[in-house]
Design a protein. Structure first.
Length: 253
């Protein structure tokens, strides 16, 4: 099995090293194509107004001055054009990608692009708790990742579907199993703008999220992570809402 690894945290991110370890537990034909710099939150964006710069780090390890989407395109359409990968793995992201994170995530976008290009794709993220941004339990993802990926591949990934996997913030032996769950939803009241002033008194803003007590809905990715489960969510590329499509079709007859 030929595997293409990418991420959105950048070529030097510890989560990418974790992902490569996971990939090498599955195959010895592993390629890494990742952004030169942190691309968190860029979603499924393409570099259309700037050229893509490709830098070889070492054998089968490349950095791209671009987005995760650019990296997957570069990997599949250029570096691996003679034999495309059998699997795209994106991550392991620093922090969970659940609920509305899915829309913003460059990690998920890497898997989206792989799916668009006809390659089964899985996004992987490692959750962390408050105050533990620099003390992630990467070994949780590393321990459980290969088994989860094997099970997903054995079950099959249909065309037009990608799989979003999130590992909980706990030790590997504390994981309470895997949960197949829906994409959750947080309250948007957590989103705010943090207003500050620069040295000349001019205002500038940071997008920020408040941490408040929050009870996630049962059966969602948020619920799974809160309950030390590995959250596995299949996502569709086709975002058409069929019931509304039918209702609108009737209205416009």
């Amino acid at each position: 099995m030929r595997i293409l690894c990418t991420n959105d945290d950048g070529i030097h991110a510890p989560g990418l090293a974790t992902l490569e370890t996971i990939a090498r537990a599955l195959s010895d034909d592993v390629w890494v194509v990742a952004p030169e710099t942190d691309q968190s939150g860029v979603a499924h964006s393409l570099s259309l107004n700037d050229p893509l710069r490709l830098r070889e780090i070492s054998d089968r390890h490349f950095a791209v001055k671009g987005t995760p989407t650019d990296c997957v395109i570069m990997g599949i359409r250029h570096l691996m054009r003679d034999q495309k990968p059998d699997l795209v793995l994106s991550g392991v992201n620093r922090g969970q990608n659940v609920a509305e994170d899915v829309s913003y995530s460059g990690t998920v976008a890497g898997a989206i692009e792989g799916t668009l290009l006809g390659v089964p794709s899985i996004a992987l993220s490692q959750a962390y708790g408050a105050g533990r941004r620099n003390a992630l339990k990467w070994h949780c993802a590393e321990h459980h990742g290969p088994k989860v990926i094997r099970r997903v591949l054995e079950t099959g990934i249909d065309q037009g579907i990608l799989v979003n996997v999130n590992f909980p913030d706990c030790e590997p032996d504390e994981v309470e199993g895997a949960a197949i769950v829906n994409q959750g939803q947080r309250t948007k009241e957590l989103l705010r703008l943090d207003e500050r002033e620069d040295g000349r008194g001019n205002p500038y803003y940071w997008i920020a999220f408040e941490r408040r007590p929050f009870t996630p809905a049962n059966g969602t990715d948020l619920w799974a992570i809160a309950n030390r489960r590995i959250a596995i969510t299949p996502l569709r590329l086709d975002m058409t809402d069929e019931p509304t499509l039918t209702r609108y079709a009737q209205a416009f007859e």
